[in-house]
Design a binder for this molecule. Structure first.
Ligand code: PGA
Length: 254
């Protein structure tokens, strides 16, 4: 474990203003009993103001699910890093598989977003992971290393890179109920760790590596016991605050 575990909740395109307010107040209350775990939530953009209102004076982090690589301009529908930091965001998710595969984001674009995020002081959670077809054809490690290499080759320009978090999320395990086994996860996390150390000898050892893909209270204990799994990126189960907290407790027990 690199530091205190990070348990991040990706709400995706779910919720209403009322639900968001309720979930944040439940999270605030429940997380007080769980020390030594950092929680962070990633609601839709429209609820970030509510996060600022409710979480500003707490240890719970928050951030957006995406950001533009550009700082401003005629870009209808986009949101800049400054707009996020104005709302007190500390984090941003980048390269989620739904953005890569459903919305066509390339490694090049994700790298530009990474630079924008790091330059503005946001802590990026860079998501990487293979599809089922890639796993079945034995390409898992090649794919995750390729995705990482794009981001990490910029090391020289980016002293802030040490604030980055990596999330390994096999595409076939996201929202499917199929979790990778702890051993499958650890194998990939260890390869990611070794690759980070090779490319970034000064910081590779410390970069947190989260696992995401159908994490639930029932499978969290096994995953959290793995030496290179530094926390979780939770989708579906993060919408139920009791489950999200329960997942955090499993990591705390390690
Ligand atoms: P899931 O989503 O937990 O619902 O599988 C994880 C994610 O997409 O980050």
């Amino acid at each position: 474990m690199t530091s205190i575990p990070l348990i991040a909740g990706n709400w995706k395109m779910h919720g209403t203003a009322e639900m968001a307010a309720q979930m944040l107040s439940e999270l605030k209350a429940g997380s007080q009993e769980i020390s030594n775990v950092q929680f962070a939530v990633f609601p839709p953009f429209t609820y970030l103001y509510e996060c600022q209102q409710q979480l500003a004076s707490t240890a719970i982090g928050y951030g957006a699910q995406n950001v533009s690589d550009k700082s401003n301009g005629a870009l209808t529908g986009e949101i800049s890093t400054t707009m996020l930091t104005d709302l007190g965001c500390q984090f941003v998710l980048l390269g989620h598989s739904e953005r890569r595969h459903l919305l066509g984001e390339s490694d090049e674009l994700i790298t530009k977003k990474l630079i924008a995020a790091l330059s503005s002081g946001l802590r990026p959670i860079l998501c990487i992971g293979e599809t089922l077809e890639q796993r079945e054809s034995g390409k898992t490690l090649t794919i995750v290393k390729e995705q990482l290499a794009h981001a990490l080759r910029l090391q020289d320009n980016l002293p802030a890179l040490s604030s980055m978090v990596i999330a390994y999320e096999p595409v076939w395990a996201i929202g499917t109920g199929k979790t990778a086994t702890p051993d499958q996860v650890e194998t990939v996390h260890l390869a990611i760790r070794e690759f980070c150390c090779e490319l970034l000898p000064n910081i590779g050892e410390q970069l947190p590596i989260l696992y995401g893909g159908s994490v639930k209270p029932e499978n969290a204990a096994g995953l959290s016991a793995m030496p290179n799994v530094d926390g979780a990126l939770v989708g579906g189960a993060s919408l139920k605050i009791d489950q999200f907290l329960e997942i955090g407790k499993k990591w705390k027990q390690q």
